[in-house]
Design a protein around this ligand. Structure first.
Ligand code: SF4
Ligand code: SF4
Ligand code: SF4
Length: 357
Protein backbone atom coordinates (compact mmCIF):
# COMPACT_ATOMS: atom_id res chain seq x y z
CA UNK A 1 0.00 0.00 0.00
CA UNK A 2 1.57 3.28 -1.02
CA UNK A 3 1.17 6.48 0.94
CA UNK A 4 -1.56 7.94 -1.28
CA UNK A 5 -3.65 4.76 -1.08
CA UNK A 6 -3.11 4.47 2.63
CA UNK A 7 -4.24 8.02 3.33
CA UNK A 8 -7.15 7.52 0.99
CA UNK A 9 -8.17 4.39 2.86
CA UNK A 10 -7.95 5.96 6.25
CA UNK A 11 -9.69 9.08 4.97
CA UNK A 12 -12.58 6.93 3.77
CA UNK A 13 -12.60 5.25 7.16
CA UNK A 14 -12.98 8.65 8.76
CA UNK A 15 -15.94 9.56 6.61
CA UNK A 16 -17.77 6.37 7.57
CA UNK A 17 -16.57 6.31 11.10
CA UNK A 18 -19.87 6.05 12.96
CA UNK A 19 -21.18 3.19 10.92
CA UNK A 20 -17.90 1.33 11.07
CA UNK A 21 -17.77 1.85 14.81
CA UNK A 22 -21.11 0.16 15.17
CA UNK A 23 -20.03 -2.77 13.08
CA UNK A 24 -16.87 -3.28 15.10
CA UNK A 25 -18.10 -2.11 18.48
CA UNK A 26 -17.44 -5.45 20.10
CA UNK A 27 -13.70 -5.31 19.51
CA UNK A 28 -11.63 -5.26 22.66
CA UNK A 29 -10.17 -1.82 23.39
CA UNK A 30 -6.41 -1.54 23.49
CA UNK A 31 -5.95 1.39 25.83
CA UNK A 32 -6.23 1.28 29.58
CA UNK A 33 -6.01 -2.44 30.09
CA UNK A 34 -2.25 -2.40 30.45
CA UNK A 35 -2.16 -0.05 33.41
CA UNK A 36 -5.41 -0.83 35.19
CA UNK A 37 -4.18 -3.82 37.15
CA UNK A 38 -1.29 -2.02 38.81
CA UNK A 39 -3.23 0.78 40.45
CA UNK A 40 -1.56 2.03 43.59
CA UNK A 41 1.80 0.30 43.28
CA UNK A 42 2.69 0.85 46.95
CA UNK A 43 6.02 -0.96 46.58
CA UNK A 44 7.09 0.81 43.42
CA UNK A 45 9.91 3.33 43.57
CA UNK A 46 9.08 6.95 44.23
CA UNK A 47 10.86 10.25 44.76
CA UNK A 48 9.81 12.91 47.23
CA UNK A 49 10.89 16.42 46.22
CA UNK A 50 10.84 19.01 48.99
CA UNK A 51 10.63 22.60 47.82
CA UNK A 52 11.57 23.74 51.32
CA UNK A 53 15.01 22.21 50.88
CA UNK A 54 15.91 22.82 47.24
CA UNK A 55 18.45 25.64 46.81
CA UNK A 56 18.18 25.94 43.02
CA UNK A 57 21.75 24.83 42.28
CA UNK A 58 20.69 22.85 39.18
CA UNK A 59 23.08 20.00 39.94
CA UNK A 60 20.16 17.67 39.29
CA UNK A 61 19.84 19.07 35.77
CA UNK A 62 23.52 18.47 35.19
CA UNK A 63 23.36 14.96 36.65
CA UNK A 64 20.44 14.09 34.40
CA UNK A 65 22.16 15.56 31.38
CA UNK A 66 25.28 13.46 31.98
CA UNK A 67 23.46 10.28 32.92
CA UNK A 68 21.35 10.40 29.79
CA UNK A 69 24.15 11.68 27.54
CA UNK A 70 22.08 14.65 26.45
CA UNK A 71 23.53 17.54 24.41
CA UNK A 72 25.10 20.59 26.00
CA UNK A 73 22.45 22.89 27.49
CA UNK A 74 21.69 26.24 25.85
CA UNK A 75 22.52 28.01 29.11
CA UNK A 76 25.33 26.76 31.32
CA UNK A 77 24.23 24.87 34.43
CA UNK A 78 25.83 27.54 36.59
CA UNK A 79 24.30 30.56 34.90
CA UNK A 80 21.57 32.10 37.10
CA UNK A 81 20.08 33.98 34.14
CA UNK A 82 18.26 30.75 33.38
CA UNK A 83 15.77 31.69 36.09
CA UNK A 84 14.64 34.79 34.23
CA UNK A 85 11.94 32.76 32.59
CA UNK A 86 9.84 29.74 33.46
CA UNK A 87 10.94 26.80 31.33
CA UNK A 88 9.44 23.50 30.33
CA UNK A 89 11.11 20.24 29.40
CA UNK A 90 12.39 19.82 25.87
CA UNK A 91 14.24 17.22 23.81
CA UNK A 92 17.54 17.88 25.52
CA UNK A 93 16.20 18.73 28.97
CA UNK A 94 14.50 15.88 30.78
CA UNK A 95 14.42 17.82 34.03
CA UNK A 96 14.75 21.44 35.06
CA UNK A 97 14.51 23.76 38.00
CA UNK A 98 12.29 26.84 37.90
CA UNK A 99 12.46 29.68 40.37
CA UNK A 100 9.39 31.19 41.99
CA UNK A 101 9.08 34.48 43.78
CA UNK A 102 7.56 33.78 47.13
CA UNK A 103 5.21 36.46 48.36
CA UNK A 104 5.39 35.43 52.01
CA UNK A 105 8.21 37.22 53.84
CA UNK A 106 11.16 35.18 55.02
CA UNK A 107 11.15 32.34 52.55
CA UNK A 108 13.05 34.01 49.73
CA UNK A 109 13.12 32.33 46.35
CA UNK A 110 11.49 28.95 45.99
CA UNK A 111 12.61 26.33 43.52
CA UNK A 112 10.70 23.48 42.00
CA UNK A 113 11.98 20.60 39.92
CA UNK A 114 10.08 19.50 36.84
CA UNK A 115 10.30 16.11 35.14
CA UNK A 116 7.90 13.33 34.20
CA UNK A 117 5.69 12.59 37.22
CA UNK A 118 5.56 8.88 36.36
CA UNK A 119 1.82 8.79 36.89
CA UNK A 120 0.28 5.64 38.29
CA UNK A 121 -2.19 5.68 35.40
CA UNK A 122 -0.36 7.72 32.79
CA UNK A 123 -2.40 9.73 30.32
CA UNK A 124 0.45 9.35 27.83
CA UNK A 125 0.15 5.55 27.95
CA UNK A 126 -3.63 5.60 27.79
CA UNK A 127 -3.62 7.91 24.81
CA UNK A 128 -0.91 6.16 22.79
CA UNK A 129 -2.61 3.93 20.25
CA UNK A 130 0.52 1.93 19.43
CA UNK A 131 1.46 1.51 23.11
CA UNK A 132 4.77 3.27 22.90
CA UNK A 133 4.44 4.12 26.59
CA UNK A 134 3.87 1.73 29.41
CA UNK A 135 3.90 1.80 33.17
CA UNK A 136 6.35 -0.54 34.83
CA UNK A 137 5.77 -2.16 38.18
CA UNK A 138 8.85 -0.45 39.57
CA UNK A 139 7.11 2.90 38.95
CA UNK A 140 8.76 4.12 35.75
CA UNK A 141 6.70 5.15 32.74
CA UNK A 142 8.89 4.11 29.86
CA UNK A 143 8.87 4.83 26.16
CA UNK A 144 9.59 2.44 23.32
CA UNK A 145 11.10 4.40 20.47
CA UNK A 146 10.79 1.43 18.12
CA UNK A 147 7.01 1.54 17.97
CA UNK A 148 6.40 5.30 18.31
CA UNK A 149 4.83 6.70 15.16
CA UNK A 150 5.32 10.35 16.08
CA UNK A 151 1.66 11.34 16.29
CA UNK A 152 2.39 13.39 19.43
CA UNK A 153 -0.92 12.59 21.04
CA UNK A 154 0.95 11.82 24.26
CA UNK A 155 2.12 15.43 24.31
CA UNK A 156 -1.43 16.65 24.18
CA UNK A 157 -2.70 14.14 26.70
CA UNK A 158 -0.08 14.71 29.41
CA UNK A 159 -1.61 16.94 32.08
CA UNK A 160 1.86 17.98 33.23
CA UNK A 161 3.06 19.12 29.81
CA UNK A 162 6.07 16.81 29.89
CA UNK A 163 6.74 14.85 26.67
CA UNK A 164 8.82 16.82 24.18
CA UNK A 165 9.47 16.20 20.51
CA UNK A 166 12.62 16.24 18.42
CA UNK A 167 11.32 18.82 15.95
CA UNK A 168 14.84 19.48 14.71
CA UNK A 169 15.23 15.90 13.40
CA UNK A 170 13.81 15.61 9.92
CA UNK A 171 13.66 11.81 9.70
CA UNK A 172 12.02 9.78 12.43
CA UNK A 173 11.91 12.34 15.22
CA UNK A 174 11.05 10.88 18.60
CA UNK A 175 9.28 11.86 21.78
CA UNK A 176 11.55 12.47 24.76
CA UNK A 177 11.01 12.63 28.49
CA UNK A 178 12.52 11.68 31.85
CA UNK A 179 13.00 7.94 32.05
CA UNK A 180 13.10 7.74 35.89
CA UNK A 181 16.60 6.48 35.13
CA UNK A 182 14.99 3.13 34.38
CA UNK A 183 18.39 1.46 33.93
CA UNK A 184 19.35 2.49 37.45
CA UNK A 185 16.02 1.38 38.93
CA UNK A 186 16.64 -2.07 37.50
CA UNK A 187 19.77 -2.18 39.63
CA UNK A 188 17.95 -0.80 42.68
CA UNK A 189 19.88 2.49 42.43
CA UNK A 190 18.35 5.90 42.93
CA UNK A 191 18.02 8.21 39.92
CA UNK A 192 21.06 10.29 38.97
CA UNK A 193 19.32 13.58 39.78
CA UNK A 194 18.50 12.34 43.28
CA UNK A 195 21.99 11.04 43.91
CA UNK A 196 23.74 14.26 42.90
CA UNK A 197 21.59 16.68 44.92
CA UNK A 198 23.95 18.22 47.51
CA UNK A 199 21.21 19.01 50.03
CA UNK A 200 19.00 15.93 49.65
CA UNK A 201 16.05 17.95 48.38
CA UNK A 202 14.88 14.60 47.02
CA UNK A 203 14.49 11.31 48.81
CA UNK A 204 14.11 7.97 47.12
CA UNK A 205 12.34 4.84 48.31
CA UNK A 206 9.09 2.99 47.86
CA UNK A 207 5.97 5.02 47.27
CA UNK A 208 4.67 3.98 50.68
CA UNK A 209 7.91 5.07 52.35
CA UNK A 210 7.90 8.42 50.56
CA UNK A 211 4.28 9.12 51.46
CA UNK A 212 5.02 8.28 55.09
CA UNK A 213 8.11 10.48 55.05
CA UNK A 214 6.11 13.36 53.57
CA UNK A 215 3.38 12.96 56.18
CA UNK A 216 5.95 12.94 58.95
CA UNK A 217 7.55 16.15 57.68
CA UNK A 218 4.18 17.90 57.53
CA UNK A 219 3.22 16.67 61.00
CA UNK A 220 6.55 17.59 62.56
CA UNK A 221 6.75 21.00 60.89
CA UNK A 222 3.21 22.23 60.28
CA UNK A 223 4.39 25.83 59.92
CA UNK A 224 6.78 24.91 57.14
CA UNK A 225 4.48 22.97 54.86
CA UNK A 226 1.05 23.24 53.31
CA UNK A 227 -0.90 20.21 54.40
CA UNK A 228 -0.87 18.46 51.07
CA UNK A 229 1.35 15.91 49.35
CA UNK A 230 1.22 16.70 45.66
CA UNK A 231 1.02 13.51 43.65
CA UNK A 232 -0.57 11.40 46.34
CA UNK A 233 -3.89 11.64 44.56
CA UNK A 234 -3.53 14.03 41.60
CA UNK A 235 -4.65 12.31 38.41
CA UNK A 236 -4.92 9.05 40.33
CA UNK A 237 -1.48 9.45 41.92
CA UNK A 238 2.09 9.74 40.71
CA UNK A 239 5.46 8.25 41.61
CA UNK A 240 7.05 11.68 41.99
CA UNK A 241 5.69 13.45 45.05
CA UNK A 242 6.10 17.04 46.20
CA UNK A 243 6.08 19.04 49.41
CA UNK A 244 5.85 22.81 49.46
CA UNK A 245 5.82 25.66 51.98
CA UNK A 246 3.31 27.57 49.83
CA UNK A 247 0.15 26.57 47.96
CA UNK A 248 1.22 24.50 44.99
CA UNK A 249 -0.02 26.90 42.28
CA UNK A 250 2.54 29.38 43.63
CA UNK A 251 5.28 27.01 42.50
CA UNK A 252 3.61 26.40 39.16
CA UNK A 253 1.71 23.21 39.93
CA UNK A 254 -1.83 22.66 38.78
CA UNK A 255 -4.48 22.02 41.39
CA UNK A 256 -7.33 21.66 38.91
CA UNK A 257 -6.55 18.15 37.72
CA UNK A 258 -8.74 16.26 40.13
CA UNK A 259 -8.02 12.83 41.48
CA UNK A 260 -9.50 10.66 38.75
CA UNK A 261 -6.87 8.68 36.86
CA UNK A 262 -6.41 9.45 33.20
CA UNK A 263 -7.88 6.08 32.36
CA UNK A 264 -11.29 7.29 33.47
CA UNK A 265 -11.23 9.70 30.57
CA UNK A 266 -9.55 7.60 27.97
CA UNK A 267 -10.16 3.95 28.81
CA UNK A 268 -12.56 1.49 27.30
CA UNK A 269 -13.77 1.84 23.79
CA UNK A 270 -12.86 5.52 23.83
CA UNK A 271 -9.16 5.02 24.32
CA UNK A 272 -7.96 6.54 21.10
CA UNK A 273 -11.14 8.00 19.78
CA UNK A 274 -10.71 11.68 20.63
CA UNK A 275 -7.90 11.60 18.10
CA UNK A 276 -10.40 10.87 15.39
CA UNK A 277 -12.91 13.53 16.24
CA UNK A 278 -10.84 16.37 17.59
CA UNK A 279 -7.34 15.75 16.34
CA UNK A 280 -8.04 14.27 12.98
CA UNK A 281 -5.09 15.97 11.28
CA UNK A 282 -2.75 14.62 13.93
CA UNK A 283 -4.19 11.17 13.49
CA UNK A 284 -3.68 11.47 9.78
CA UNK A 285 -0.04 12.33 10.21
CA UNK A 286 0.36 9.52 12.74
CA UNK A 287 -1.15 7.07 10.31
CA UNK A 288 1.05 8.43 7.60
CA UNK A 289 4.05 7.94 9.86
CA UNK A 290 3.17 4.27 10.24
CA UNK A 291 3.01 3.89 6.52
CA UNK A 292 6.25 5.80 6.08
CA UNK A 293 8.08 3.61 8.57
CA UNK A 294 7.03 0.48 6.82
CA UNK A 295 10.38 -1.12 7.40
CA UNK A 296 9.94 -0.71 11.13
CA UNK A 297 6.27 -1.33 11.59
CA UNK A 298 4.73 -4.40 10.04
CA UNK A 299 1.86 -4.05 7.61
CA UNK A 300 -0.27 -6.13 9.98
CA UNK A 301 0.26 -3.55 12.70
CA UNK A 302 -0.89 -0.76 10.45
CA UNK A 303 -3.98 -2.68 9.48
CA UNK A 304 -4.70 -3.50 13.12
CA UNK A 305 -4.30 0.13 14.03
CA UNK A 306 -6.76 1.30 11.40
CA UNK A 307 -9.26 -1.37 12.50
CA UNK A 308 -8.92 -0.35 16.12
CA UNK A 309 -9.39 3.32 15.42
CA UNK A 310 -12.52 2.58 13.45
CA UNK A 311 -13.77 0.18 16.10
CA UNK A 312 -13.34 2.66 18.86
CA UNK A 313 -15.22 5.44 17.15
CA UNK A 314 -18.85 6.06 17.97
CA UNK A 315 -21.48 8.59 19.01
CA UNK A 316 -20.13 8.73 22.56
CA UNK A 317 -16.89 10.21 21.38
CA UNK A 318 -17.81 13.88 21.19
CA UNK A 319 -19.60 13.83 24.51
CA UNK A 320 -16.71 12.14 26.31
CA UNK A 321 -14.15 14.45 24.82
CA UNK A 322 -16.14 17.54 25.86
CA UNK A 323 -16.55 16.05 29.32
CA UNK A 324 -12.85 15.40 29.58
CA UNK A 325 -11.93 18.86 28.44
CA UNK A 326 -14.25 20.65 30.83
CA UNK A 327 -13.60 18.36 33.78
CA UNK A 328 -9.85 18.33 33.76
CA UNK A 329 -8.98 21.31 31.57
CA UNK A 330 -5.90 19.29 30.90
CA UNK A 331 -5.56 20.17 27.28
CA UNK A 332 -4.31 23.60 26.54
CA UNK A 333 -6.28 24.68 23.49
CA UNK A 334 -3.54 26.91 22.19
CA UNK A 335 -1.01 24.09 22.47
CA UNK A 336 -3.33 21.72 20.66
CA UNK A 337 -3.91 24.17 17.87
CA UNK A 338 -0.18 24.70 17.55
CA UNK A 339 0.44 20.95 17.39
CA UNK A 340 -2.25 20.52 14.76
CA UNK A 341 -0.87 23.43 12.79
CA UNK A 342 2.61 21.88 12.84
CA UNK A 343 1.26 18.45 11.96
CA UNK A 344 -0.63 19.84 8.98
CA UNK A 345 2.39 21.84 7.83
CA UNK A 346 4.57 18.74 8.05
CA UNK A 347 2.05 16.64 6.18
CA UNK A 348 1.79 19.27 3.45
CA UNK A 349 5.57 19.56 3.17
CA UNK A 350 5.98 15.79 2.94
CA UNK A 351 3.27 15.53 0.32
CA UNK A 352 4.87 18.28 -1.77
CA UNK A 353 8.27 16.68 -1.44
CA UNK A 354 6.97 13.27 -2.47
CA UNK A 355 5.06 14.66 -5.39
CA UNK A 356 8.15 16.54 -6.53
CA UNK A 357 9.97 13.21 -6.77
S1 SF4 B 1 3.68 13.15 33.61
FE1 SF4 B 1 2.91 13.04 31.52
S2 SF4 B 1 4.52 11.96 30.41
FE2 SF4 B 1 4.87 11.55 32.59
S3 SF4 B 1 3.74 9.64 33.03
FE3 SF4 B 1 2.34 11.33 33.50
S4 SF4 B 1 1.17 11.60 31.59
FE4 SF4 B 1 3.01 10.42 31.05
S1 SF4 C 1 15.04 10.34 37.02
FE1 SF4 C 1 16.81 10.21 35.62
S2 SF4 C 1 15.94 10.84 33.64
FE2 SF4 C 1 14.49 11.52 35.22
S3 SF4 C 1 15.07 13.62 35.73
FE3 SF4 C 1 16.15 12.29 37.17
S4 SF4 C 1 18.15 11.90 36.20
FE4 SF4 C 1 16.80 12.69 34.61
S1 SF4 D 1 20.37 19.50 42.95
FE1 SF4 D 1 18.93 19.49 44.67
S2 SF4 D 1 19.14 21.53 45.58
FE2 SF4 D 1 20.12 21.64 43.58
S3 SF4 D 1 18.48 22.39 42.24
FE3 SF4 D 1 18.39 20.16 42.12
S4 SF4 D 1 16.92 19.53 43.66
FE4 SF4 D 1 17.48 21.68 44.10
Amino acid sequence: MNRRKFLGAIGAAGLTITGAGKVLAGEKPVMGAAVKDIEGLPDSYAVLFDSNICIGCRQCEMGCNQENQLPEPDVDFHDPRIFEQIRRTDWKTYTLINQYDDEAPGLGWLYRKTQCMHCLEPACAHSCFVKAFHKRRDGAVVYDRKVCVGCRYCMMACPFNIPAYEYHIALDPLVTKCTFCEHRLLEGREPACVEICPVRAMEFGTRTEMLNLARRRILDNPDMYVDHIYGEHEMGGTNWLYLSPVPFPEIGMRMDLGTDPAGNYTSGALGGVPIITAFWPVLLVGAYAIARRKDKVAKEERDQYVSRMIAQAGPEVGRKLAERLSKTQELDQAAIEEEVRKALAEAAAKTESEEAH
